[in-house]
Write a protein that binds this ligand. Structure first.
Ligand code: APR
Ligand code: PHB
Length: 389
């Protein structure tokens, strides 16, 4: 089989890129390790920047997003029970849209067949060959047989644990990493959200977050130590801890109910440079990870794809190499600023085990400054809606 672009990974990055290229008449294939069911049921974050909703609109795949997405014109910070409103729209003239990554992924997968975007599910032993040579290809194993796809370009959209990044020789790669000494315990429940906006709460017992998927489905998280076990968190304990950390004002509006999903995820910041090697490009989590504070993971994948689709369309349809040559620098410029914001918000809102009394006072002083300063709030709003492309 021969295509112009072979895409590894059917997460948001791979699917958005595949649709963008098909819309421009470029032949491609998406090669995914998991089953379709597994990819469709993964619960991830749910706040979309304009960059992401604009891309879905350009693809003509935003009908459900427009109908079911919730427009948010502000976000709420809480410091030990004290509520701080950050008015996103007043400061930026923009909003964010709450729509689960799970739903966005389903929309992209459902439209694949009609848009002539082939997706190979359950491809094991995916391997990249000759990424900087004359005949790049991707091989994989499906139903016991080895298959090979020849491609002019290969794009690694296979997430942090994928194989694509390793196809760039270690001597040419520079990796930057910060692992955080805690994780997030997340709960999904069919109860109405406690607050109309997403709430980020700092508390002496640790961080808590209140979010939602719809007017009847809530998503909550609490910061936990990395060695915490899910079995030690029955629903009742989770709700009690959440309410404590959100503070009395918000706790009063929390509706509890049985959890329909519960999981613990570690937090990490990670960037690899460069994002291109020969005919191989990286996009999304394959090249960078942000901690979920700030909800930037999916949005960064979408902005990478916006740049990369433009670059590949320039190359294949107009013979212009400026886009593909500039992709890595252009993408990394926005990635580092988004890494900074995600790291900043994580640093500001969590309890770090290594912090002493001085660092605690610094967090309090900063949150008090934000509460009183329009400029500080405007800066948070500007980053939260997403920096310009
Ligand atoms: N071969 C083929 N596919 C692979 C391989 C492999 N060796 N390794 C991983 N994959 C697949 C995964 O199963 C997954 O479906 O690649 C996909 C990567 O998808 P994501 O991890 O979702 O990454 P990405 O598409 O970059 O999406 C951005 O933003 O909200 C954050 O981390 C969250 O998933 C989100 C990400
Ligand atoms: C979510 O809704 O799951 C969510 C919202 C905001 C975040 C992270 C996750 O910063």
């Amino acid at each position: 089989m021969q295509v112009q672009v072979a895409i590894i990974g059917a997460g948001p990055a791979g699917l958005l890129l595949g649709h963008s290229l098909r819309q421009a008449g470029i032949s491609c294939i998406v090669i995914e390790r998991q089953t379709r069911a597994r990819v469709e049921e993964r619960i991830r974050a749910g706040v979309l920047e304009r960059t992401t909703t604009d891309l879905m609109a350009r693809l003509g795949l935003d009908q459900r997003l427009k109908a079911e997405g919730l427009l948010h014109r502000g976000l709420t910070l809480v410091n030990d029970g004290r509520v701080i409103n950050v008015e996103i729209t007043r400061h930026t003239n923009r909003h964010v849209t709450v729509y689960g990554q799970t739903e966005l992924t389903r929309d992209l997968i459902n439209a694949a067949a009609e848009r002539d975007l082939p997706i190979v599910w359950e491809a094991s032993e995916v391997a990249l060959h000759e990424v900087d040579g004359a005949a790049p290809s991707v091989s994989f194993c499906r139903a016991g047989a080895v298959e090979t796809v020849r491609a002019e370009m290969i794009v690694g959209c296979d997430g942090f644990h994928g194989v694509s990044r390793q196809a760039i020789p270690a001597s040419l790669r520079r990796e930057f990493e910060r692992a955080y000494p805690f994780g997030w315990l997340g709960v999904l429940a069919d109860v109405p959200p406690c607050h109309p906006e997403v709430v980020y709460a700092s508390h002496p017992r640790g961080f808590a977050l209140a979010s939602m998927r719809s007017p009847t489905r809530s998503r909550y998280y609490v910061q936990v130590a990395l060695d915490e076990k899910i079995e030690d968190w029955p629903d009742e304990r989770f709700w009690d801890e959440l309410k404590l950390r959100l503070g009395p004002e918000l706790a009063a509006t929390v509706v509890t109910g049985p959890s329909i999903e519960k999981s613990i995820a570690p937090l990490r910041s990670f960037v690899t440079e460069p994002m291109r090697h020969g005919n191989l490009f990286l996009a999304g989590d394959a090249a960078h990870i942000v901690p979920p504070t700030g909800a930037k993971g999916l949005n960064l994948a979408a902005s990478d794809v916006t740049y990369l689709a433009e670059a590949l369309i320039g190359w294949f349809n107009h013979g212009d190499s400026a886009g593909i040559n500039g992709y890595s620098d252009r993408a990394l410029d926005r990635i580092w600023k988004t890494e900074r914001f995600s790291w900043y918000l994580t640093r500001l809102m969590h309890r770090f085990p290594e912090d002493g009394a001085f660092e605690r006072r610094m967090q309090d002083a900063e949150l008090d400054y934000i509460a009183r300063s329009e400029f500080a709030q405007a800066s948070i709003a500007e980053n939260y809606v997403g920096l310009p492309l």
